[in-house]
Design a protein around this ligand. Structure first.
Ligand code: AHR
Length: 537
C-alpha cells in the first residue's frame, strides 16, 4: 500500500469509528517501517576530530598541569566529563591539513625538550595578524602521549592521520611502532614507556594523509593511489588488524568530486583486486556554508533554509560516492569514513587567535540533526564519521577560553542522538509540505531516522520550518507503542545560541509524550530537533 493510500485509509477507518482515531494528520505522516532494516548504527558514527588549529588543542583540550582550570594531568576536565557523557567512540588527530606538516617525533619525550615549530595554519592571514601563541608556533606540549591520555580519559579510540606529504613510509612505520609495539620490545616502546605508557596504545585507525588533492600534497588521484600503496605495504601490525583510511574527495555542493574516488580506485586496483584488502575506508569531507560563509549568529531566514538545504546535500554525496566505489568494489568491502563534516561560518570568533571559533546556533543544531539522520539512513555504507571539530572550531560541540566553558547546541544534539548508537537503523518515510524559500528554492518539510534496540524504538525528526509546527500522524508499520518520552531542542528565536555569558540559552527539554498504539498524533515544533523514545509492546 502506498503511504498516501495508507494514510487516507487509516483516516477513513477512524472516521467510521472502526479503529482508534489516529492523531491529527493534516500536515502529513512520518512512517517508521519496522520490517525494513537498513543496517547497524555503529558508535563510530558519532566520532570527533581535533586538530592543531586555533584554540582546539591549546586551551580547548590542553590547559597544562599547573593550570588553575580544573584538569586531569593537563587536560581540561570539563571537556573530559562531557566526552564521557557522550560516550565519544573515537577521536581523530592531529589534523586535518596540520597532519601533513606534522612530525610525530616532535611530540614525544620530555615536554620541556620538545621543539617549537611553525604551525601549518600560519598560512591563514587572520591567524598571521593575530597575537603570537601556540596557534602560530607549535610548542609540541601536546603530542602522541597526551593525545592517547585524552582518549583514554574519554573512553575513545584514537584515529591518527599520518603525514604523507612531507614524511616517509619509514616515519609512518615507526609511528605505528611507537604506538603499538609490545611493552619493552623496541627502542620506541621504551620511549613510549618513559612517556607514561609501557603498554601499547593499540591504535587501529590510521588515515593515510589528509585531503591529498590539496593541502595534503596536491596529488592527482592516481598519483595518490601509488603513495597509498607504498605507505600501507607491509606496515608492522603487531597482531592487530590495522584499518587504513585513504584520503577521499573534498566534496562541494556543485561538485561531488566523484572523479577523485574513481581515479583513486583505478590507481589502487592497477595492482590487482587484492588491494581492496588494504583499504578499510575512503574518507569523505563535506562542509556546508552559505555564500561568503557569513555569521554563525546573525543570518536571515533565507540563510537559515539555505544552510539546511546545503547540509542535506550530504545525502546525495554519500549515494554518489557509494555508487562510484561499487564500480570497482562490487561487494562493497570498503566503506565511507566521513571524517570531516559540519557547518562552516565566518565568525564571530571567541578569540582572534582561535580560527573559526564562533558559537553555533539553533541553525547548526538542525544541521547536526539532519546530518546524523542522514548517516543513520545510510547505515551499512559508512564505517565512521567525525564532526569537525570538537572544541573552539567550525561545527564545534564546545567553546572554551581559559576558565570559561560552554556546551553548544551541537553537543546537545549529539547527546540526544546517542540513543541511536548500537541500534538497527530502520527506514523512515516522512511526508510533509515542502518549504519554498528564496526565489525558487525548496526544502523538504520533515526528515528523520529511526533505530530499534530490542523493544525500544528511537525516532528523531527535524522540522526546519522557522515558524510552522507540523501536526502529523506517526505510523509504526509493524509495531505498537506502549509508552514513550520526548526530548525537544528548539527556541522561539532561530538565532539562539550558547556562549560564556549564557551557557544554557539553548538546551533540550523533556516533554510529555502521549504515544500509544500503532499510530499516534505528534506535533513537531517549528525550528526543532525532536527525539521520541518509544517502548514497544
Ligand atoms: O577542519 C579544518 C580543515 O578543513 C582541515 O584541516 C582540512 O582537512 C579541511 O580542509
Amino acid at each position: 500500500m502506498k503511504r498516501r493510500d495508507f494514510l487516507s485509509s487509516t483516516l477513513a477507518l477512524a472516521a467510521a469509528g472502526l479503529t482508534p482515531r489516529p492523531g491529527r494528520a493534516e500536515d502529513g505522516v512520518v512512517e517508521v517501517l519496522i520490517d525494513e532494516p537498513i543496517g547497524d548504527i555503529p558508535p563510530e558514527f558519532h566520532g570527533h576530530f581535533t586538530e592543531h588549529l586555533g584554540g582546539v588543542i591549546y586551551d580547548g583540550i590542553w590547559v597544562g598541569e599547573n593550570s588553575k582550570i580544573p584538569n586531569v594531568g593537563g587536560i581540561r576536565k570539563a571537556l573530559v566529563d562531557c566526552m564521557q557523557r557522550l560516550k565519544a567512540p573515537v577521536v581523530r588527530w592531529p589534523g586535518g591539513c596540520f597532519a601533513d606538516s606534522y612530525n610525530w617525533r616532535d611530540g614525544i619525550g620530555p615536554r620541556a625538550q620538545r621543539p617549537a615549530r611553525t604551525n601549518f595554519w600560519t598560512v591563514d592571514p587572520e591567524l598571521w595578524k593575530a597575537a603570537d601563541g601556540p596557534q602560530k608556533y607549535e610548542p609540541n606540549t601536546f603530542g602522541t602521549p597526551e593525545f592517547m591520555r585524552f582518549c583514554q580519559l574519554c573512553g575513545s579510540k584514537p584515529y591518527l592521520a599520518a603525514n604523507l606529504r612531507s614524511l616517509t613510509p619509514t616515519d609512518f612505520d615507526q609511528w605505528v611502532e611507537y604506538c603499538n609495539s609490545p611493552a619493552g620490545s623496541t627502542t620506541l616502546a621504551k620511549t613510549r614507556a618513559a612517556d607514561g605508557s609501557a603498554e601499547p596504545h593499540g591504535v587501529m585507525y590510521w588515515g593515510i594523509g589528509n585531503e591529498s588533492w590539496g593541502c595534503g600534497g596536491d596529488f592527482q588521484p592516481q598519483e595518490y593511489a601509488v603513495e597509498f600503496r607504498r605507505f600501507t605495504a607491509w606496515v608492522p601490525n603487531y597482531g592487530l588488524r590495522l584499518r587504513f583510511v585513504a584520503s577521499g574527495p573534498g566534496a562541494e555542493i556543485n561538485d561531488p568530486k566523484v572523479e577523485w574516488t574513481r581515479g583513486l580506485f583505478e590507481g589502487l586496483l592497477a595492482k590487482g583486486q587484492s588491494m581492496l584488502n588494504r583499504l578499510y575506508g575512503l574518507s569523505l569531507h563535506y562542509y556546508c556554508w552559505t555564500a561568503g560563509k557569513g555569521s554563525s549568529v546573525d543570518f536571515t531566514v533565507d540563510d537559515w533554509y539555505q544552510l539546511l538545504w546545503q547540509a542535506d546535500v550530504m545525502d546525495s554525496l554519500i549515494e554518489k560516492h557509494w555508487l562510484a566505489m561499487g564500480e570497482f568494489d562490487k561487494g562493497h568491502k570498503v566503506k565511507l569514513v566521513v571524517d570531516e563534516w559540519g557547518a562552516w561560518h565566518r565568525g564571530p570568533a571567541i578569540d582572534p587567535r582561535y580560527l573559526f571559533s564562533y558559537p553555533p546556533s539553533l541553525r547548526d543544531a538542525l544541521v547536526t540533526g539532519i546530518t546524523l539522520d542522514i548517516f543513520n539512513r545510510h547505515a551499512g555504507k559508512l564505517a565512521m564519521a567525525n564532526v569537525a571539530q570538537l572544541v573552539n572550531c567550525i561545527h564545534t560541540l564546545f567553546l572554551a577560553r581559559e576558565d570559561q566553558f560552554a556546551a553548544t547546541p551541537v553537543f546537545h544534539v549529539f547527546d540526544m542522538y546517542k540513543a541511536h548508537l548500537g541500534g538497527q537503523s530502520l527506514r523512515v518515510v516522512a511526508d510533509a509540505p515542502a518549504i519554498s524559500y528564496g526565489s525558487s528554492k525548496s526544502l523538504w518539510g520533515l526528515a528523520g531516522s529511526a533505530s530499534l534496540h530490542g523493544k525500544t524504538l528511537v525516532v528523531t525528526v527535524v522540522n526546519p520550518h522557522v515558524s510552522d509546527e507540523r501536526a502529523v500522524e506517526v505510523a509504526l508499520r509493524g509495531a505498537t507503542a506502549q509508552s514513550g518520552r520526548a526530548t525537544v531542542l528548539t527556541a522561539s528565536d532561530i538565532h539562539t545560541h550558547n556562549d560564556f555569558e549564557h551557557p544554557d540559552a539553548l538546551e533540550p527539554r523533556e516533554e510529555p509524550a502521549n504515544v500509544a498504539g500503532s499510530s499516534f498524533a505528534w506535533t513537531f515544533k517549528p525550528a526543532s530537533v525532536t527525539k521520541l523514545e518509544i517502548a514497544l509492546g
